[in-house]
Design a protein around this ligand. Structure first.
Ligand SMILES: Cc1ncc(CN)c(N)n1
Length: 229
């Protein structure tokens, strides 16, 4: 069994909890509160900014030109294409995308990006990929799970969001990241593999926590006092 298949199997509990989460399942059921969608977009816009910066760190750790090309293309993909699912959510709630940009990250999203940044700053390229991979991988599987369960037609309000992630192009990104991680993991020590596994699991946990953060509109305590200082 490949290293990344092992990661997937070991984290089946969290993947399943993500598919069952009321925000995620609500996308298929067309039942997500507007405030939760707005909260998600505010956090996710900044999360994706951070994600591109971390791809930049992965690029700077790359020795092979193929890897440099891959991470460079992923930055372009997030920048130019991942705004489409965001627009779908904004159109649904009738709020302009610009209004939801530039907001401070809620605690869980803040923790998630710092977790990935930590592994990117102090770890190997393999450890960095381990921390990044749950982001595209869980969304790819969410897309497939919602397609299979709800079989949405084009008039479904979230059809653009679901079909964006349940897509071959997105699947290829996940596969390319998995192949890289499998290759690195083959040539690495047990200790290093343990670090990759820990980084991967925590990112899976934070993916689940991110949906809960958006659903419950999680925010900092005493926010006004801290910002007003
Ligand atoms: C938190 C999060 N995780 C994953 C994705 C999909 N790239 C996203 N947009 N946001």
């Amino acid at each position: 069994m490949s290293f990344t298949q092992q990661l997937r199997d070991e984290n089946q509990d969290i993947f399943q909890a993500i598919f069952n989460h009321p925000f995620v399942d609500g996308i298929g059921k067309k039942d997500v509160p507007n405030e939760s969608i707005a909260h998600y977009i505010k956090a996710d816009f900044e999360y994706l900014n951070a994600f591109m910066r971390i791809y930049g760190i992965a690029l700077s750790k790359s020795n092979k030109r193929e890897d440099i090309r891959f991470f460079g293309e992923q930055i372009q993909f997030v920048l130019n294409s991942e705004s489409h699912p965001h627009h779908n959510f904004c159109d649904y709630i009738g709020v302009g995308y610009e209004e939801l940009q530039g907001h401070p990250l809620p605690p869980t999203a803040d923790h998630y990006i710092k977790h990935m940044m930590y592994h990117a700053q102090i770890g190997s390229l393999a450890e960095t990929i381990g921390a990044l991979l749950p982001c595209p991988w869980t969304y790819l599987e969410i897309g497939y799970a919602l397609m299979n369960k709800y079989k949405p037609e084009k008039h479904h309000p979230f059809y653009p969001w679901i079909s964006f992630y349940a897509d071959e192009r997105f699947g290829k990104i996940v596969m390319e990241m998995r192949n890289r991680l499998d290759e690195f993991a083959e040539n690495t020590s047990r200790d290093e593999q343990k670090k990759i596994k820990e980084a991967f699991r925590k990112s899976c946990q934070l993916e689940l926590a991110f949906w809960e953060m958006a659903y419950t509109c999680e925010d900092w305590p005493m926010k006004e006092l801290v910002i007003g200082r």
